[in-house]
Write a protein that binds this ligand. Structure first.
Ligand SMILES: Nc1ncnc2c1ncn2[C@@H]1O[C@H](COP(=O)(O)OP(=O)(O)O)[C@@H](O)[C@H]1O
Ligand SMILES: [Mg+2]
Length: 367
C-alpha cells in the first residue's frame, strides 16, 4: 500500500474507533475484520480475540445476532432490532439494540457486513424509573386526599388534649397520658406532612447552585452531630462541576434523606461505618433523545458499608410507607424519588446484602 492509502486507512480506523456505538465489520466470509473499542466494551470480547476469527465462532452463543448477520450477508438487507435483544457480557446479560447493514463499495459491490451495537442498559433503567413514577402518582392522589382528611380532626384532637391538660389539677398523674397523646398526635402529623410533601404538585425554585458546596455543608453538619463520631465521612467532589439550575432546598432534602438512611443503616448494622459521597459529571449520549433530554448529567453517589439489601427489598424501597425501621415512616426515599424526577433526573440503587449500598442520583446539568 502506498503512503496516502495508509493514511486514508488510518483516518477511517480512527473515525470508527471514535464512534460511541459498537461497530463490528465482517467480510463476505463472515470473518471479523474490524471491531472498535465501544464494541469491545459492549460485548466483553477483545479485538485481539475477535479479529480474523469467524463471527459465528466468537459469538456462538448469540443466536439472534448471528441470524441478523447471516440474513444481511445473504440478502443485502438492512435489519434492525431495538427491542428484543440481550447479549451475554461476562456473567451479565445486557439489553442491546443492533443493526446489520451491507458494506458496499462505490460501484455497489457487496464486500461484507457492518454490525452496529448499542448498550441499552441506561435507557431501560430510565424506562423502569418512569413506570415506577407512574405508579406513584396514582397512589399519591389517593394519599393526598387522605392526608387532608386526617389533618383537620388531628388538629381537633390536639386542641382538646391541650385544653384537658390545662383543666387537670396540679400534680395529676393523668398529665402523663396527655403527654403521650400529644406526642403521638405529633407523630401522625409529621407523617401527614411528609405525605403531603410527597403528593402535592409544586413548582421548583430554580437557581444556579453550587452542588459541591451544598454537599460539603451537609457533611460538615453531620460530622458535628454528636453520635456521628462513629461514622467516617469520605468525600470526593469533581471540582469541574459548574453551577447549574436546581432547587437548592429540595436537593438539600434529597441528600439529607439519603445520608440519614446511610447513617441509620451502618449504625444499626455494626454500630459504626463509612459513608462516601462522590460527585461527578456523566456524559451519556445514549440517554439523549430527540434533543429534549440533556446529554450531560451530574451524578451524586451516597455509599455506605451497612447491611445492604437483597433484590426483593430493593424492589420495595421507593414505595411510600415501605419501611423496615420501627420508627420509620417509609417516606424518605419516595420523597427522594419525587425530588429527582421533578428535576428530570433519575435515582438508582446498587446494593448487595452484607456489603453495602450505593444510591446514585443523576441530575441533568442545565446551565
Ligand atoms: N442505605 C441503606 N442501606 C440499607 N437499607 C436501606 C438504605 N436506605 C434505605 N434502606 C431501606 O429502605 C427503606 C425505606 O427507606 P425510607 O424511604 O428512607 O424510609 P425509612 O427510612 O423511614 O424507613 C428503609 O426502611 C430500609 O429498609
Ligand atoms: Mg429514611
Amino acid at each position: 500500500m502506498n503512503d496516502s492509502a495508509t493514511h486514508v486507512m488510518e483516518y477511517f480506523a480512527n473515525v470508527i474507533d471514535s464512534v460511541g456505538d459498537g461497530v463490528i465489520v465482517l467480510d463476505n466470509k463472515g470473518t471479523i475484520t474490524l471491531m472498535n473499542p465501544a464494541a469491545e466494551e459492549i460485548t466483553g470480547v477483545s479485538r485481539r480475540q475477535a479479529q480474523e476469527s469467524a463471527f459465528s465462532a466468537i459469538f456462538a452463543g448469540e443466536d439472534a445476532l448471528r441470524e441478523m448477520v447471516e440474513k444481511t450477508s445473504a440478502t443485502g438487507m438492512t435489519i434492525s432490532d431495538y427491542e428484543n435483544l440481550a447479549m451475554k457480557k461476562g456473567l451479565h446479560v445486557i439489553p442491546v439494540s443492533a443493526t446489520t447493514s451491507p458494506l458496499l463499495m462505490s460501484d455497489g459491490e457487496r464486500i461484507g457486513t457492518i454490525l452496529v451495537l448499542r448498550d441499552l442498559t441506561n435507557i431501560r433503567e430510565l424506562e423502569e424509573a418512569v413506570r415506577k413514577a407512574d405508579r406513584l402518582s396514582t397512589l399519591g392522589t389517593l394519599a393526598a386526599g387522605l392526608a387532608h382528611e386526617i389533618k383537620n380532626p388531628l388538629g381537633g384532637i390536639k386542641g382538646a388534649a391541650q385544653l384537658l391538660e390545662r383543666e387537670l389539677p396540679d400534680g395529676s398523674e393523668l398529665v402523663e397520658y396527655i403527654k403521650v397523646m400529644l406526642k403521638e398526635v405529633g407523630r401522625v402529623n409529621k407523617i401527614v406532612e411528609e405525605l403531603l410533601n410527597l403528593t402535592t404538585p409544586r413548582k421548583l425554585k430554580l437557581d444556579k447552585i453550587n452542588l459541591n458546596q451544598i454537599l460539603g455543608e451537609i457533611v460538615l453538619l453531620q460530622k458535628r452531630a454528636e453520635h456521628l463520631n462513629k461514622i467516617s465521612f469520605l468525600q470526593s467532589f469533581d471540582v469541574s462541576i459548574p453551577p447549574f439550575l436546581a432547587d437548592e432546598a429540595l436537593l438539600t432534602q434529597l441528600f439529607l434523606n439519603l445520608i440519614k438512611n446511610a447513617v441509620e443503616a451502618v449504625i444499626e448494622y455494626k454500630g459504626s461505618g463509612t459513608i462516601k459521597i462522590i460527585t461527578r459529571v456523566v456524559s451519556d449520549y445514549s440517554l439523549t433523545k430527540k434533543g429534549e433530554r440533556p446529554s450531560r448529567f451530574v451524578a451524586i453517589d451516597v455509599s455506605d458499608n451497612g447491611p445492604g439489601m437483597d433484590k426483593d427489598r430493593i424492589d420495595h424501597i421507593f414505595t411510600p410507607f415501605f419501611t423496615t425501621k420501627s420508627k420509620g415512616t417509609g417516606l424518605g426515599l419516595a420523597i427522594c424519588q419525587k425530588i429527582v424526577s421533578e428535576h428530570r433526573g433519575m435515582i438508582k440503587v446498587d446494593s448487595e446484602a452484607g456489603k453495602g449500598t450505593t444510591f446514585t442520583a443523576m441530575l441533568p446539568l442545565i446551565l
